[in-house]
Write a protein that binds this ligand. Structure first.
Ligand code: NA7
Length: 533
């Protein structure tokens, strides 16, 4: 009890996105005092910040939703197959209200730093309002794509038009109609923005450095009878998701692509293309391992691009050729390639001729100045580690950002050696970014919550991974990644999109189900690999 009196909370949770909210709800249910600090003015995380036109989830709503409460999943009605940002934000707000979460969340407050006090086994957490709180545990529910990447373009501050980032798009008041608009970046955010605004703007100029592979969403209203069927079988559907590699059961075939006759392969891809979504590349297990199999899938998409885009030169520029398909997260689109058949849309390839600088009037690339009223930067995120390394986390003379200069080191993507009592939800070294994020979030929150209860039962106050356990896991993550084609892309999985960031494959590529087996085994073996005291 004496140590109890020195802390403000048992647990501080950083972030009120889906993971932070579920974590708060779960700990409350276990009688563990917890408080959430959130930089934004409301809940929702990713879906609070990323309000650009056309923002939409790339996983179907009936899977990208909480499964922990049967009443919730029975009562909530998704309107579309893939939820758009406003509906996801409404869902997040519903979660906050349903479980009365806001009373334990401080909004508009960023965690600016935290120090571990080894004598008291307590974290001191420094907040942006200048205050400090002391907490036995800290749970970083800070997201994997939450620290925006804002390239330092020369002259950016000289640009006199409107400048927006997709990752912090204004909540209201943007009118693009009739204007000369540029979009820089052709990842998921860029693709969705481009497709959504093209009909409304005067002219749209797309600055593309690397083309993406886009598979159709075939989005549309979710028919009530389909939703009814899902609800009737929800247990079965969620169980299949949890037993899968990606957290969505994309039903892979048992054979390898090279074992299947070409006509049958073609029919399988046709079926998956017509169904739409990320399951396109999940049909054959060797697509991410065997370059020959991969190229069959890649060529299928390139053929679709040639069929869709009327100008063959533009079709070729839009066709990815420099990296394997699915080695970066594919984009799920609704008429992206068709957009380039519009008279008001043009494509500037900035691979050969990078953006040189911004001017008062626009952007200079390849020696040509392009003039714009509005520039939208869809330039991505310092993914997986950025939110954690920018938080000034220190323990004694060790700092997390320095420890991770050559890539993240974690045990199971849950904790880092040297930083006791600090948990990460969907941290680097977990499979989360290769999965349906909600499946991964629920598993991690459940794992951490059980660990805190187990610690309390043992009357323990401190948990930290062994250095050897962390080394082994980091090798497993790196070595498994290296067996696949995934490290061949300059992706955010590799940290390759951030100048100067160490190139290392950060997620566990073995999939959700295999990961769960390991992480459950660790618990069954008495938290093997963790020092508990
Ligand atoms: P992404 O997928 O990282 O895309 C960022 C895009 O911005 C990508 O096309 C980049 O080209 C481009 N980019 C970044 N910096 C520059 C500069 N300096 N010049 C030109 N182009 C640049 O981020 P998103 O937000 O679209 O998507 C992130 C994830 O959110 C996505 O994977 C889904 O899971 C949801 P590059 O490819 O680096 O050549």
């Amino acid at each position: 009890e004496s140590t109890r009196a020195q802390t403000d909370y048992d647990a501080v949770i950083i972030g009120a996105g889906f993971s932070g909210m579920y974590q708060l709800h779960k700990l409350r249910g276990q009688g563990i005092s917890a408080h959430v600090y959130e930089a934004g003015d409301d809940v929702g995380g990713t879906w609070y910040w990323n309000r650009y036109p056309g923002a939409r989830c790339d996983i179907e709503s009936v899977h990208y939703s909480f499964s922990f409460d049967e009443d919730l999943q029975q009562e909530w009605n998704w309107s579309e197959r893939y939820a758009a940002q406003p509906e996801l934000l409404t869902y997040a707000q519903h979660i906050a209200e349903r479980y009365d979460l806001r009373r334990d969340i401080t909004f508009g407050t960023r965690v600016e730093g935290m120090d571990w006090d080894e004598d008291d086994a307590v974290w001191t957490v420094r907040l942006s309002d200048g205050s400090e709180v002391r907490s036995r545990f800290v749970i970083a529910a800070t997201g994997t794509l939450s620290k925006p990447q804002r390239p330092a373009f020369d002259g950016l501050e000289d640009f006199e038009g409107e400048l927006y980032y997709t990752s912090s798009f204004p909540h209201e008041g943007v009118d693009l109609s009739g204007k000369r608009v540029a979009v820089v970046g052709t990842g998921s955010s860029g693709l969705q923005t481009i497709t959504a605004i093209a009909p409304e703007v005067g002219t749209l100029t797309v600055f593309q450095r690397t083309p993406s592979f886009a598979v159709p969403a075939h989005n549309g209203p979710l028919p009530p009878e389909l939703l009814g069927d899902v609800k009737a079988r929800y247990d079965e559907i969620r169980a299949a998701d949890r037993a899968s590699r990606t957290g969505v059961d994309f039903e892979p075939r048992p054979e390898l692509l090279e074992e299947v006759p070409p006509d049958d392969v073609r029919a399988e891809f046709d079926k998956r293309w017509d169904n739409g979504g990320l399951g396109f590349s999940s049909g054959f297990a060797d697509v991410l391992i065997n370059p020959v199999a991969n190229d069959v899938a890649a060529e299928y998409v390139r053929e679709k691009i040639r069929e869709t885009v009327t100008d063959p030169e533009i079709a070729e520029k839009l066709s990815p050729r420099t990296y394997p398909i699915a080695s970066k997260r594919m984009c799920i689109d609704t008429g992206y390639y068709e957009t380039f058949n519009r008279d008001n849309v043009s494509l500037v390839d900035v691979h050969e001729n990078p953006i040189e600088r911004f001017t008062k009037k626009g952007i200079v690339a390849g020696g040509t100045e392009h003039e714009f009223d509005v520039v939208i930067l869809a330039t991505g995120f310092d993914a997986m580690t950025g939110a954690l390394t920018s938080m000034n986390i220190t323990a004694g003379d060790r700092s997390l950002s320095e420890e991770w200069v050559h890539g993240p080191h974690t045990y199971l993507g849950l904790m880092a050696e040297g930083f006791p009592n600090l948990f990460m939800i969907t941290g680097p070294g977990s499979p989360s970014v290769l999965t349906n994020m909600i499946t991964s979030i629920e598993y991690h929150v459940d794992w951490v919550s059980r660990a805190l209860t187990d610690l309390r039962e043992r009357d323990a106050q401190r948990i930290e991974p062994w250095p050897e356990a962390q080394d082994h896991w980091t090798h497993v993550v790196n070595d498994l990644g290296a067996l696949t084609l995934m490290p061949q892309a300059n992706s955010w999985y590799m940290g390759a999109n951030i100048p100067g960031k160490e190139r290392i494959f950060m997620p566990f590529v073995g999939g959700h189900a295999a990961y769960v087996q390991v992480a459950e085994g660790v618990v069954v073996a008495g938290y093997h690999g963790f020092e508990i005291s």
